[in-house]
Design a protein around this ligand. Structure first.
Ligand code: FRU
Length: 419
């Protein structure tokens, strides 16, 4: 059977999403303290990508934990309020346009030292370096960073280099040559020509524990011209009476894409049908990634309140689906899909959650509400730094928030000695 015929695409339905609830204590992230510490006052960091192996294990190298982050240098000289003070909100909102991938290292998995950029200026072919996944390939210290080249277009790419350490620091070197892997095809995955607001990014490669082949999941939208999508009975699900009117929901068409490597190096890829679609439900299913546990496939993805379709809502946070097979069908975790959302009192406190195989969930602080009498200007204190790590327990098709750790705590699951 051809691989593309094996995929049983699952619709995350409107009925599933109607079960999403704010402030269920078992699926809500504890509130982030307004007085959070900042890793570096000269930088913004957001999407955080721990170094891992293709089987998902979070690794340290000779005792050093390593994380990659989307990073922008703060520009107080370019973003000012009328009174000349720093307009951090405008600077933060503009950061995506100048995102660069940087790395950090720590012996204790949490006191992160800044290592600098992974690729020097001019190496990456487009204006923005967006999210992906760094993979430690072997005990020679070879790393492949899968990431997204954005503007112009959006291309899934990778760059290979080396990690070395001196005893008191970690260096990444030789990330000189970017290999472009693929763009959206317009058949399974929407292109810019079909929708100027298309989403196509965030590769997460992995070895399937079952067939041993190299695959990746990524964020996409279902192919087709914007506004042309039909909301089928599968997309609707079993909605209660009175929920037939979907307003402008046809404009939301997020999906989790799948691709398979045609060679063992992962230089040549074939696009497969999406694993999950959210047509009429949500326009963004970002940074998808797997956790393999108890013989099951747990597929996590992040999404926003503002990307839900008309008639639906839910918190910014991480959502998840479970299956007995890579190819589906998948079932939304907790009935709704919601795994860990922001509390309604602090709806934008964190984002870009990454669920690690040990159940720890890392994310970054976006903004925390700041009362008028606080030390912070405006309505919010902007983050741009690591959030407290949260632990969830995954049991069958349900998850539970069970513990909170320190800011940016990302411990290794295995230490690799490099030669
Ligand atoms: C998630 C995200 C990713 C993208 C990046 C751009 O926070 O939207 O999908 O790669 O941010 O900054």
């Amino acid at each position: 059977m051809l691989l593309q015929d094996k995929v049983i695409t699952t619709a995350w339905s409107r009925a599933d999403a109607l079960k999403v609830k704010f402030d269920d204590p078992t699926t809500t992230q504890p509130t982030v303290d307004l007085e959070f510490p900042v890793m570096d006052e000269t930088l913004f960091i957001w999407d955080t990508m721990p170094l891992r192996k293709l089987d998902g294990t979070i690794v340290s190298v000779n005792g050093w934990s390593v994380i990659f982050t989307l990073t922008a240098i703060r520009e107080p000289e370019n973003y000012q309020n009328e009174d000349g003070s720093y307009d951090i909100t405008s600077d933060w909102n503009a950061r995506h346009g100048r995102a660069r991938i940087c790395y950090w290292y720590a012996k204790d998995g949490q006191s992160w030292a800044f290592g600098g950029r992974v690729m020097a200026d001019g190496v990456s072919p487009t204006a923005r370096e967006w999210a992906g996944t760094p993979i430690l390939l072997n005990d020679q210290g070879e790393i492949e960073l899968y990431y997204t080249c954005v503007n112009p277009d959006a291309t899934i790419a990778k760059v290979r280099g080396h990690i070395t350490e001196t005893g008191d620091s970690v260096q990444l070197s030789d990330f000189h040559e970017v290999t472009e892997l693929f763009t959206a095809d317009g058949f399974y995955y929407q292109t810019e020509a079909q929708n100027t607001y298309w989403n196509f990014r965030d590769p997460s490669p992995f070895t399937d524990p079952n067939d041993g082949r190299l695959y990746m999941v990524f964020e996409g939208n279902v192919a087709g011209k914007r506004g042309s999508h039909q909301i089928t009975s599968k997309d609707m699900g079993d909605v209660p009476p009175g929920h037939e009117d979907v307003g402008g929901a046809k404009y939301q068409a997020g999906c989790i894409g799948l691709a398979v490597a045609k060679d063992d190096k992962g230089d040549d890829w074939q696009l497969l049908p999406p694993l999950i679609t959210a047509v009429g439900v949500n326009d963004q299913t970002e940074r998808p990634h797997f956790v393999f546990k108890d013989g099951k496939y747990y597929l996590f993805t992040i999404s926003h309140q503002f990307t839900y379709a008309d008639g639906l809502t839910g918190p910014d946070g991480v959502y998840g689906f479970v299956s007995d097979s890579l190819f589906g069908p998948y079932e939304p975790l907790n009935g709704s899909g919601l795994v860990l959302g922001n509390p309604s009192s602090q709806p934008f406190q964190t984002y870009s959650h990454c669920v690690m195989p040990n159940g720890l969930v890392t994310s970054f602080i976006d903004s925390v509400p700041a009362p008028d009498d606080s030390d912070y200007d405006g309505d919010y204190r902007i983050g741009g730094t690591e959030a407290p790590t949260v632990q969830i327990k995954i049991e069958g098709n349900r998850t539970f928030v069970v513990k909170e750790y320190d800011y940016g705590f990302i411990p290794p699951m295995e230490n690799i000695f490099i030669k």
